[in-house]
Design a protein around this ligand. Structure first.
Ligand code: MN
Length: 198
């Protein structure tokens, strides 16, 4: 089955004023859609290469696969990480884990904000669960697929590609990151941690 662009779990205007409808619609219907198309095209080309027994272009195809599938995975998570009913602070096990591994919610918030703001070029700030050590980590992901901690499962992702915010926030990436905290869907993040730990 080919990859498909998922519907947003809310209307394009639902996250306003924190996320402008026009910016969100282009982000989802154009940018995310392009990663879905790119992932499917790359899978087809890999199939063609296998059928032909010709792996001459394999290095480029593997890189393109990682870029597009990771873009699809991260955007699919990003939409669910946000909610018109979001914001505030996490509760329960997620709150306890954040306190344990970062010291406090405010310190965690500062680290993830800075990891996001300070991405050089295009990328993501990510909260992830690293299963070998059983710890939460913040990752600074470049593009969609570089600078990852292997095996760590992303729980909360902040898209800081310029396409994510430039229409609404122009060059003010820090203002976009600040706004995202107002719409974080903490029950979604907590559910991801609980399922990953199990
Ligand atoms: Mn994006």
């Amino acid at each position: 089955m080919p990859y498909e662009l998922p519907e947003l779990p809310y209307d394009y205007a639902a996250l306003e004023p924190h996320y402008q409808a026009e910016n969100l619609e282009i982000h989802h219907s154009k940018h995310h859609a392009a990663y879905v198309a790119g992932a499917n095209t790359t899978l087809e080309r890999l199939g063609d290469a296998r059928a032909a027994g010709d792996f001459g272009g394999l290095v480029g195809l593997e890189k393109t696969l990682a870029f597009n599938v990771s873009g699809h995975v991260l955007h699919s998570m990003f939409w669910k990480n946000l909610s018109p009913d979001g914001g505030g602070k996490p509760e329960g096990e997620l709150a306890a884990a954040i306190d344990e591994h970062f010291g406090s919610f405010d310190v965690f918030k500062a680290q993830l904000s800075q990891a996001s703001v300070l991405v050089q070029g295009s990328g993501w700030g990510v909260l992830a669960y690293e299963p070998l050590g059983g710890r939460l980590v913040v990752e600074q992901v470049y593009d969609h697929h570089a600078n990852l901690v292997h095996g760590a499962v992303p729980l909360l992702v902040f898209d800081v590609w310029e396409h994510a915010y430039y229409l609404q926030y122009r060059n003010a990436r820090p203002a976009f990151v600040d706004a995202l905290w107002n719409v974080v869907n903490w029950p979604d993040v907590a559910g991801r941690l609980a399922r990953t730990r199990r």
